[in-house]
Design a protein around this ligand. Structure first.
Ligand SMILES: Nc1ncnc2c1ncn2[C@@H]1O[C@H](COP(=O)(O)OP(=O)(O)O)[C@@H](O)[C@H]1O
Ligand SMILES: O=C(O)[C@H](O)[C@@H](O)[C@H](O)[C@H](O)COP(=O)(O)O
Length: 163
């Protein structure tokens, strides 16, 4: 979880590779109308995000039913969004990628994205509700390298390092 540009796609794929899990990028599951809205420079609202979160939650649930826990990249900016995911997968562990706005804006400026404009970064921070103590998860600093972040997640989850 985290704002646009915090590294969800990059780190999510790395974690999936490290843990031998399938990776799903929530970005790819947005309804076309949501992509068009963001591309036009408008932030999504709760109503826009509800069907998208339901698609992601159901996908997590169906993979779990097959005995396949997966790694998912999803902004999951609000507590209620995360609760929606947890309702399908109670053991979900959230990794919140946290970083300064300027660091993330700088990274965004160097990447191309199918539909997300950098102008929406402020609204992402305004919408973000940090992980609550009652939630199952932890924060990781985005200024660490991807390798360090994967190692930090391993440590938090108690997963042995390879080799
Ligand atoms: N830990 C990191 N250190 C340096 N650059 C990173 C890190 N994580 C991601 N990036 C870079 O930052 C940009 C945004 O990352 P991305 O994975 O697309 O974020 P998100 O999926 O959250 O929008 C990309 O260009 C990516 O290569
Ligand atoms: O809830 C939202 O407002 C969106 O999901 C948003 O948070 C997400 O970031 C975009 O889909 C762009 O994708 P990136 O996060 O990869 O920039």
């Amino acid at each position: 979880m985290g704002v646009s540009g915090s590294g969800k796609s990059t780190i999510g794929q790395s974690l999936a590779d490290a843990f031998g899990r399938e990776f799903i990028d929530g970005d790819d599951l947005h309804p076309t109308a949501n992509k068009q809205k963001m591309a036009a420079g408008h932030a999504l609202n709760d109503e826009d995000r509800a069907p998208w979160l339901e698609i992601i939650a159901q996908r997590i649930g169906s993979e779990l039913a097959e005995g396949q826990p997966i790694v998912v990249a999803c902004s999951a900016l609000k507590r209620r969004y995360r609760d929606q995911l947890v309702s399908y997968a109670p053991e979900t562990v959230f990794v919140h990628l946290i970083g300064e706005r300027d660091v993330i804006a700088e990274r965004q400026s160097h990447r191309t994205h199918e539909y997300m404009p950098t102008s929406l970064l402020d609204s992402q921070f305004a919408t973000l509700e940090p992980l609550d103590d009652a939630e199952n998860g932890f924060v990781v600093d985005v200024t660490l390298t991807p390798e360090q972040i994967v190692a930090a997640v391993r440590d938090e989850l108690g997963t042995p390092h390879a080799g």
